[in-house]
Design a protein around this ligand. Structure first.
Ligand code: G3D
Ligand code: MG
Length: 175
């Protein structure tokens, strides 16, 4: 039987330095839990979540990379058809914040302008923080990106993060 309404596809790609929490955020969103030892197979991997908004059915595809954060090794197919990029840094490691520009340039090079949210992850590690929210927010604003802080461990803001992409795609469909 033909399906009258096909699912709306939302492809989100996760970028950022190694160990900032990309896989943990994907797993937290898709499976609703924090899994400390989750190790996906090497290469490009994606997780799918089915979401219903009103009478619309969506398939959220979260693309994650494992062990290939070095830019040169990321494959084109990772970016293909992406609706949005999440650039994650670790609020306890300043270097990962400084590298955001590298990731922004990579996205521009691969797919041009795309909806981008900068995410400061690991907010639960309050004592170890090296980048303030104010500084990161100002930086994101300069880049024209949205900004959000998350903890894959506590789950703070993780659903909200992916909801931003859902809202974005639904809005695009209406215009
Ligand atoms: P990556 O996919 O960006 O490389 P991972 O990062 O998701 O593999 O996470 C790297 C490490 O950070 C993991 O530690 C993971 O458990 C931890 N981590 C991820 N998100 C958070 C968070 O929000 N808070 C805290 N406290 N830790 C987090 P291990 O030691 O398990 O390898
Ligand atoms: Mg990973």
């Amino acid at each position: 039987m033909l399906q009258k309404f096909s699912d709306i596809r939302v492809k989100v790609i996760l970028l950022g330095d190694g160990r900032v929490g990309k896989t943990s955020l994907a797993v937290r969103y898709i499976q609703g839990k924090f899994q400390a030892n989750y190790k996906p197979s090497l290469g490009v991997d994606f997780l799918i979540k089915r979401v219903t908004v009103g009478n619309r059915k969506l398939r959220i595809l979260v693309f994650d990379t494992a062990g290939q954060e070095s830019i040169s090794s990321i494959r084109k197919k990772y970016y293909y058809g992406a609706h949005g990029a999440v650039i994650v840094y670790d609020v306890t490691r300043r270097k990962t914040f400084e590298n955001i520009t590298v990731w922004i340039n990579e996205v521009k090079e691969q797919v041009g302008e795309i909806y981008t949210v900068i995410v400061g992850n690991k907010t639960d590690l309050v004592e170890e923080r090296e980048v303030s929210r104010e500084e990161a927010e100002a930086f994101a604003k300069e880049l024209g990106a949205d900004y959000l802080e998350t903890s894959a461990l506590s789950g703070e803001n993780v659903t909200d993060l992916f909801q931003l992409y859902i809202d974005y795609v639904l809005k695009e469909l209406e215009t």
